[in-house]
Design a protein around this ligand. Structure first.
Ligand code: MSP
Length: 524
């Protein structure tokens, strides 16, 4: 089977990351870890989008070269991914010379097969903002506002891509491939956007206006439009045209492509990912079977409002990870959103999810299970000496959680995958309350039953430590160390069966997995 090739959007490097960027990378990382756990080979690509006008301007403002500027911002992203345990296999930085060579080779190919043409365009141009204005920018009285500064009528030549040649193909492709976009209802947005559209795409910027980009190989007076450059990362870093471009250290494209998951936010579906990208691939000769799949997630908002620098409601994931641990934050951003839909970021919910669900529910279960086993049995488990209906019921909950978890995770319903595992947490906690090991310990006649209770708790935890591993890799590794069991090399989910711990298994020492935080949720 081919490796599971998963990518995320590459992040703009004009500002440091916020919670929305972190969510997307964690989502992809959770899926990558889940796929590895099923035994699939995985190639996970993420990176940074470093070219374009915004970067050039931000760099100018602080008196840095664009490269020095993006290097600084890129560092914020890579250190955050380290901190959050986002484990990628490929790093797509668009200033990488290997990427530039592929972009240029691709442009040349499109040029050679007549897909690109040059034409003049006359329009209103804002000198201050360095961009062409459209009617959308006109005020109610029809004039352009003062924010645009001097506006001049200008004629400019540019290169265009024959997008319109492929619109009919794209419509047909979308209609006949319901799997192309997840969730499926988003395909309507794309089809609506295509209605009545007969526009070609301007893919160049004159060098006088923008130098911070990839030069067109057939016309040195222009650089490539940043989206064309950025989208190409999905193939350039997967080894597309590697031989032709003399690129080394990249995967074998023929084994990796197509990607099974381009994980992107809903804002960049139309037109970039659902129109430009498939059409670019189609024009380059990729067949219908060679189209990638788009996984479109929703947005984290702040009290219903969009998170944005200008609103001043940007949340720094570094600070959150320092307070709640990487796993605490990973858990929250996976638990409180359904993939494909929006969610409201809430400090209160974050504190509650940490203190109640992680410290109180999950961590406490581990702590008391190991504590009791240490106290009553010096941490040594005895298996198989006793059974009853209560034990059987717990085993059944564990067995039933597994297929639900698998199905939900596979279909991107991560929050429901977590909920499936949490059935075990809830049942195991109730099991401690109802079997009362502290009472059983007082009665020598109940020794075998106590052993079975302690064994069932430890065994339930083995399962939890595997199922929750993609979501909270650090905490689950710590939990396995406390249980004294680890996944053997090559371990896959289908190896997970009741009875992983043998008779006489020695548990490790308990320590709080998620120490309770004495903080009140910051006032809303
Ligand atoms: N550079 C382009 C993507 C090019 S992909 C070939 C870009 N960058 S971005 O930095 O603005 O956004 C990166 C990703 O973060 C996008 O998928 C975007 O949807 C996602 N998010 C940005 N803000 C978000 C939230 N508030 N919530 C969830 N995801 C959000 O677009």
């Amino acid at each position: 089977m081919k490796p599971y090739y998963i990518t995320t959007a590459i992040d703009y490097t004009n500002a440091p990351p916020h919670i929305g960027h972190a969510y997307e990378k964690v989502l992809a990382d959770v899926m990558a870890r889940f796929q590895r756990l099923t035994g699939r080979e995985v190639f996970f690509l993420t990176g940074v989008d470093q070219h374009g006008q915004k970067v050039q301007k931000s760099a100018e403002k602080v008196g840095l070269t664009p490269q020095a500027f993006v290097d600084g911002i890129t560092e914020h992203f890579t250190s955050l991914w380290d901190k959050l345990n986002v484990r990628y296999d490929g790093w797509a930085a668009t200033t990488d010379p290997r990427h530039k060579r592929v972009v240029q080779a691709m442009l040349q190919k499109l040029h050679d097969c007549g897909q690109l043409y040059k034409k003049g365009h006359t329009g209103f141009y804002s000198v201050r903002q360095e961009q062409f204005l459209t009617d959308k920018e006109r005020g109610p009285d029809g004039s352009f506002g003062s924010e645009w500064g001097e506006v001049v009528e200008l004629e400019e030549e540019n290169w265009y891509f024959k997008l319109s040649d492929h619109v009919e193909w794209l419509k047909g492709y979308i209609q006949s491939h319901p799997d192309f976009i997840f969730p499926a209802h988003r395909a309507h947005d794309v089809l609506n956007a295509l209605e009545g559209k007969d526009l070609d795409l301007c893919i160049s910027r004159p060098i006088e206006r923008l130098t911070w980009g990839i030069p067109l190989p057939f016309d040195e007076k222009f650089v490539n439009f940043v989206w064309f450059d950025a989208l190409t990362n999905y193939i350039s870093f997967a080894g597309y045209l590697a031989e032709e471009c003399g690129n080394e250290g990249l995967p074998d494209f023929s084994k990796l492509w197509p990607s099974e998951a381009h994980v992107i936010g809903k804002d960049i579906l139309v037109p970039a990912h659902a129109v430009y990208w498939p059409i670019m691939l189609h024009a380059l000769g990729f067949s219908d079977d060679q189209m990638p799949r788009l996984i479109v997630h929703g947005w984290w908002n702040m009290k219903g409002a969009k998170i944005s620098k200008s609103l001043g409601n940007v949340i720094d994931p570094n600070v959150l990870a320092d307070t709640f641990t990487a796993d605490g934050l990973r858990y929250y951003v996976m638990r409180d959103i359904a993939t494909g839909y929006d969610s409201d970021f809430s400090d209160e919910r974050l504190v509650m999810s940490y203190n109640k669900e992680l410290a109180g529910g999950l961590g406490n279960l581990l702590n008391r299970s190991i504590n009791m086993a240490q106290k009553y049995r010096s941490g040594v488990l005895a298996a198989g000496g006793y059974d009853d209906a209560e034990n059987a019921a717990l085993r059944q909950t564990v067995a039933e959680a597994l297929p639900v978890y698998l199905e939900k995770m596979e279909s991107w319903a991560i929050h429901e995958g977590i909920a499936a595992a949490w059935k075990i947490v809830a049942h195991a906690n109730a099991f401690v309350d109802s079997t009362k090991p502290f009472s059983l310990a007082k009665d020598p006649a109940q020794a075998a039953r106590l052993d079975s209770v302690l064994y069932h708790l430890a065994e339930a935890w083995v399962h939890l430590s595997v199922l929750l591993n993609p979501i909270m890799p650090d905490a689950m590794a710590t939990a396995r160390a406390q249980i004294g069991w680890d996944m053997p090399p090559g371990f896959v989910l289908s190896d997970l069966k009741w009875g992983m711990l043998s008779n006489g298994h020695q548990l490790g020492s308990p320590a709080p997995l998620f120490p309770r935080l004495e903080i009140a949720a910051p006032a809303a």
